[in-house]
Design a protein around this ligand. Structure first.
Ligand code: PRP
Length: 181
């Protein structure tokens, strides 16, 4: 198995992810069976989860992509969010499902949700594979569907990066603190 030196340990295995994604897909399939939902991949982190999840949604659906990035350090006051919401995507009257890899401070999803609500979707829900509730800055913000809640570790893999690296790991691993401190 490809286990880079920088990884302290595997937090969520490939098998655990696969089972969770299948379970989430079953729930979403039931929920959206007759709604032709529009699933939105929030680049870049969610791309791996998105590609797996969409294949577990067994009903008519469409996809599109947006870019969101949070800049700023880990200090709670610094973050700002850059959104590229794609003027060409029509959200009006659609059942929109935003798909994220991780919900952390919730700044990104808070901004994105507010922006998309101005585009008059029929409904708007958020799916996230991982949630770090202890890191929340936007108090009370939650996803509608959460895969796995985790402690406040620096996690990489399955789309998540550190300095653009490690997105290709098929599992979620904890980064050694020596790498980023
Ligand atoms: C990550 C992740 C979420 C966001 C969550 O994206 O994919 O979009 O941070 O953090 P928040 O809840 O504190 O806003 P990032 O900005 O690192 O960009 P990337 O997806 O391109 O890696």
């Amino acid at each position: 198995m490809y286990l880079p030196d920088e990884i302290e340990k595997i937090l969520i295995t490939e098998e655990e992810i696969k089972a969770k994604v299948a379970e989430m897909g079953r729930i979403l399939t039931k929920e959206y069976a007759d709604k032709n939902p529009l699933f939105i991949c929030v680049l870049k982190g969610s791309v791996v989860f998105f590609a797996d999840l969409m294949r577990e949604v067994k009903c008519p659906m469409e996809i599109n992509f947006l870019k969101a990035s949070s800049y700023g350090s880990s200090t709670v006051s610094a973050g700002t969010v850059s959104l590229d919401v794609g003027a060409e995507i029509n959200f009006e009257g659609r059942h929109v499902v935003i798909v994220e890899d991780i919900l952390d401070t919730a700044r990104t999803l808070y901004s994105l949700k507010n922006e998309l609500l101005t585009r008059n979707p029929a409904s708007l829900r958020i799916v996230t594979l991982l949630d770090k509730p202890s890191r929340r800055v936007v108090k009370g913000f939650t996803a509608d569907y959460t895969g796995i809640a985790i402690e406040d570790h620096f996690v990489v893999g399955y789309g998540l990066d550190y300095s653009e690296q490690f997105r290709n790991l098929p599992y979620v691993g904890i980064l050694k603190p020596s790498v980023y401190s």
